[in-house]
Design a protein around this ligand. Sequence first.
Ligand SMILES: [Zn+2]
Ligand SMILES: [Zn+2]
Ligand SMILES: [Zn+2]
Length: 351
Amino acid sequence: MRTFACTNCNNTIYFENVSCLKCGHPVGFHAPSMAMVTLQPDASQPGLFKAIKAAGGADVRYCSNADHGVCNWLTSANALNTLCEACDLNRTIPNLSEPGSLRAWSDLERAKKRLVYSLLRFSLPVDTGMTPPGRLIFDFARNTRTGHLDGVISIDVMEADAVERERLRVHFDEPYRTLLGHLRHEAGHFYWSMLVAGQNNIDKFRDLFGDERQSYYEALDRHHAQGALVNWQASFVSAYASAHPWEDWAETWAHYLHITEAVDTADSAGMEPRAAGLIFGSVWPFKRYDIYRDETFVTLMDRWVPLTIAMNRIARSMGHHDFYPFVIPAPAYEKLEFVHKLIREQARQRH
Ligand SMILES: [Zn+2]
Ligand SMILES: [Zn+2]
Ligand SMILES: [Zn+2]
C-alpha cells in the first residue's frame, strides 16, 4: 500500500483517512486514479465535492456507505450508483440492528478495501465476463460458512470478533488468522476459475498442485478429521494447503497477495529489503519500482525474505507473534511463481 500526499497541503495521507490531519480538508480514495484525493465541499450542492488539483478536477461524492462510517471511497458526482466500486460488490451486509454488527462490518470493509485495492493494482477484473465465476460478490452474514461458491465470497461476521477469531485460530492450530487473510484466500478460489480453468492452464496447475478432480468435500472432511498431511512443511505454504489442490491454490494465492502488498508497503515506507538486510531511507531516493507490475518474481522474493526476517525479529522484540509465521519450501516457490505468471499474463492481455 502506498502512502499519499494531501493534494492541498502535501501532508502525508493514509489509505483509511477521511480528512487531512494538517489542513483539515476531507479526503477520500479515488479508484480511477488509484489515489487519495483532497476535497473542497461544493457550497451550493450539499454532498458534492471538488477534488483539489486531482482526479482531473472532477466533481465527486462519498460512497453512500460513508453514511455508516464504513467507507472513504469516492464516486463520480453524476454516477447513478451511489456506492463505490468496492461497496457495490456487497450482496449481503451484516444486520445493523444487531449489537456489534456495525463494528464488524467496518472491520470487514477495511479488509475488503485492501483486497480490492490489490486487485485493481494487478488489473484483475472484478467482473470476469465468464460463467463461472461471473462477478465478484460478497456476503457478510451471521451463521454462514466462510468460503467461496460460484463467484460468491461468504464471510461469517463472527470472524470480525477478535476473541472468536483467536479462539478459532488456536482451535485449528493456525499460526495466522485475519479477515484480510480470509478475503485473499477466498478471492483465490474466485480467480482460479478465471485464470486456471478459463485460460487453459489446468495441465500446469495439476503438475504443481495435484489433481483437483478428487472429491473436494471428502478431502476437507479428511483434513478436519485427521489433520494435515504428514510432512506438509516440505511442499506447502500452510497445513491447510495440503487439504486439497484447490485449497493449496487459494493459500498460495493469499500468500502471493500478502507478499506483494507487504513489499509494496515497505517500498512506500522507504525500506528497500535486500539479501543483505534492510536499507532504509538514508540512501533515498533509491530506484522506485512497482512491485505489482514491473519486477520479476525473483526480485519480489529477494525483497520479501529479508523483510520477513527483519519484521519477525522486530515483532518478537515487542512480544508479538511473528509478522510472517511461515516458511516457504521450494515446491511452494514454484506454485507462487505460477500465480505470479498468471496474474502478469492477464494484466498484459488487458493492456
Ligand atoms: Zn492537507
Ligand atoms: Zn464504498
Ligand atoms: Zn478455501
